[in-house]
Design a protein around this ligand. Structure first.
Ligand SMILES: Cc1ncc(COP(=O)(O)O)c(C=O)c1O
Length: 454
């Protein structure tokens, strides 16, 4: 009975996969404040040109530079596991495989893009990076990558997560970074939010605005985003490329692929190389999972919207709940984002993906069952993928079908135990998203241009 399917370092992919080359129709372009498509040069104060080139590239395969491969090899290729004990507990006719991205030093898939982003900024001559973090996983990942390539890192951490997860801040400090709570008094946008709503739990949208405001004020500084953008999806494709080789070694192929989705990057990472097979005719059910309290894909329209709350980013074509929406303070801080990656949104529009949403109690229940069978303690974000695996396994049983499920175990929850504490003591609340919240949120995008097919 095989539990772990591993690849040697020689078998690690040497190129990333860019799904922009294979979309049924091209992505609508980002738009500037005048509603016109923006050129790469308009992004230059925010990102280095080598990453902007990747952002707009439609080349199918992009070489991974050697210095990046050397760092990725510290934890990659990541193991693919078969979840024998969890399968047994569920008692459904399913084989469950999971890619363990929690083996990275920072504890999630986020270093897969933190390392390339730090590298490309370094070779472009940048000295300092700013960023936001929700759960703290991304802030930790970039802090580690910054230390590896000698960059100064400043992290704006969403207030509610900052309070729930003090050890994440300490991890960032160990890697030499500076982490402060957002909204902060250090930016004019942060001060304006604090003035209006001093008790706000914060949001990823607000933290992104602060990090961009900070970055554009200094010539030696750029901004780094942990999800949403095309180049981030590209860097994460290494997960799915490895998983494909590993499934082949196992002599299997997935019927269902599942990943949780905040900005879309760990989901895209595992799914996009298989979406290519689906475009080419394979039958696969590909499921991004989001929280019921922040149901971007299942309730939000496909529209042009800003990636941040202050409206500093270009308009992106994506599923959105409106850039001023502040999601309820659920424990999955990394899933509290009003928008969704344009590439994931586009594939939802093309009906190549089937998004679902779930409440947090159901997710913690699955995470507890998982910990007591497979051993690993899941991040609250990851628990959404787990709960969806349970739903799909039970569906297979009802349908009397045998299925192979592959999912992305995006990170461990060893720094997220407060959520488990609340669940175990019955204090955890399920939060619904109401029609009124949707109506209010969408006021922020009224009158903006509409992408093709919206
Ligand atoms: C463990 C983990 N999984 C998933 C996510 C969601 O982000 P994304 O959708 O970009 O993968 C996060 C974000 O912080 C995370 O920390």
């Amino acid at each position: 009975m095989v539990t772990k399917i591993v690849l040697t370092e020689d078998e690690m992919p040497r190129q990333w996969y860019n799904i922009q080359a294979d979309l049924p129709s091209p992505l609508d372009p980002p738009l500037g404040p005048d509603g016109k498509p923006i050129g790469p040069e308009m992004l230059a104060p925010v990102f280095p040109m080598n990453l902007i080139e990747q952002e707009v590239s439609s080349r199918r395969w992009i070489d991974i530079p050697e210095p990046i491969l050397e760092k990725l090899a510290i934890w990659r290729p990541s193991p693919l596991y078969r979840a024998h004990a969890f399968e047994k507990l569920l008692g459904c006719p399913v084989k469950i495989y999971y890619k363990n991205e929690g083996v990275s030093p920072a504890g999630s898939h986020k270093p897969n893009t933190a390392v390339p982003q730090a590298y490309y900024n370094k070779v472009f001559g940048i000295k300092r990076l700013t960023t936001e973090t929700g759960a703290g996983q991304w802030g930790s990942a970039l802090s580690m990558a910054g230390a590896m390539f000698g960059l100064e890192i400043k992290v704006y951490m969403v207030r509610i997560s900052f309070d729930q997860k003090p050890f994440r801040k300490l991890m960032m400090q160990v890697w030499g970074a500076n982490c402060i709570a957002s909204p902060s008094a250090e930016t004019s946008f942060g001060r304006s939010v604090l003035e209006k709503t001093p008790d706000t739990p914060g949001s990823l949208g607000i933290a992104i605005s602060e990090a961009i405001e900070d970055a554009v004020q200094r010539e030696d500084t750029r901004y780094s985003l942990g999800s949403v953008l095309n180049h981030v999806m590209l860097h994460q494709s290494i997960i799915g490329l490895e998983a494909k080789k590993q499934m082949e070694k196992a002599g299997d192929y997935p019927d269902v692929i599942i990943g949780c989705a905040g900005g879309g990057s760990n989901f895209a990472g595992i799914a996009f190389p298989f979406v290519l097979d689906k475009i080419n005719g394979k039958e696969i059910d590909i499921v991004p999972v989001e929280p019921a309290a922040c149901p971007t894909m299942t309730r939000g329209p496909y529209a042009y919207d800003h990636g941040d709350t202050a409206g500093m980013t270009p308009l992106l074509p994506m599923h959105t709940l409106g850039h001023e929406f502040v999601p309820a303070p659920i424990h999955a801080g990394g899933l509290r984002y009003h928008g969704m990656a344009p590439l994931v949104s586009k594939l939802v529009q093309e009906k190549l993906l089937r998004p679902v949403s779930l409440h947090q109690n159901e997710c913690y229940k699955a995470a507890l069952d998982w910990a007591r069978t497979e051993g690993f303690i899941s991040a609250p974000e990851t628990s959404h993928a787990l709960a969806a695996v349970v739903v799909e396994a039970q569906k297979a049983k009802e349908e009397g079908k045998e299925k192979t499920i592959l999912f992305n175990w995006s990170g461990h929850g060893l720094m997220d135990l407060t959520g488990y504490d609340n669940f175990l003591s019955g204090r955890l609340e399920d939060v619904d998203f109401t029609d009124d919240q949707l109506k209010e949120g969408l006021k922020a995008i009224k009158g903006l241009p509409k992408p093709t097919g919206a």
